[in-house]
Design a protein around this ligand. Sequence first.
Ligand code: ZN
Ligand code: ZN
Length: 311
Amino acid sequence: MAHDFTITFRGVRGSIPVPGPSTVKIGGNSSCVQVNALDHTIFLDAGTGIVEAGKQLVKTFIANKEKLKKLRTTILISHTHHDHIMGLPFFTPIFLADASLSIYGPSAYAPIGQPNDMKYVLDMLMDQMFFPVDFEETNAIKHVGTLKPLDQIILASGEEAERVNGAGSAHTSKDKVVVSQYRAYNHPKSGSIIYKLEHAGKTIVYATDIESYAEGDRRLIHFAKGADLLIHDAQYTMEQYTGTGTMTTQGYGHSTPEMACRVAQEAGVKQLALYHHDPNHDDDAIAKKEEGAKKLFANTIAAYEGLTINI
Ligand SMILES: [Zn+2]
Ligand SMILES: [Zn+2]
């Protein structure tokens, strides 16, 4: 049990949820990946995929309340575009007095006179103009942190997530999960945080909403060196990226499967999951994307909702 390190894809879409008959295999929810290690439940992004995950967590918690006492989750936000935070107001643990949420994310580009931190974004997200309940009014105990360069988050058994300020050197063990991060700026306009989760000698890297380079993103290749699983943005096909007619998705801040494979190869990762699928791609289009990518990096899978990987 102590060495379990489990990843469950809850939402694999970019930009906007796309429910419907042509997306039933891959799923239509927006970005959210659940990671379980020790007694921690960690979410990478809070797109609409987090909604169903929240309901399941509350159900399990209520059934085991005597034993569990508290429902503890940690949410790591890559950046605050809608598709990565829109599920949070509907994440039922936030309304539970027995729940505690640690939410970490980037600093915000707030208007002059407003704090440029993560808390400001959450207050805006649940502002009365957009949602009936204010973030502050929700019942859960909430801790919100704005990540700075070299910050790490340590998750030890039975304890709340703890931020280590500017250290950048905490090491993993079987008793804790260590989260490292850096902010990549190849996503308009304010970049996206790339996360690395390490536990018991295993590593997961979450790299979404980044536009890689033809020769590979050197910083990411270095960061993801030898990872057991790399979850990488692969929104566009090369045709979309290089352009047909007058349309091109170059500069939109997303990668192609070819770019993801290049990083996977150069970083020597064990497995690659293509992620943040274009909402315009149906199940067949994504199957084709996966097939093409496997030729470049054999151990590739196109992430789909409900996919669970144990590393
Ligand atoms: Zn996105
Ligand atoms: Zn984005």
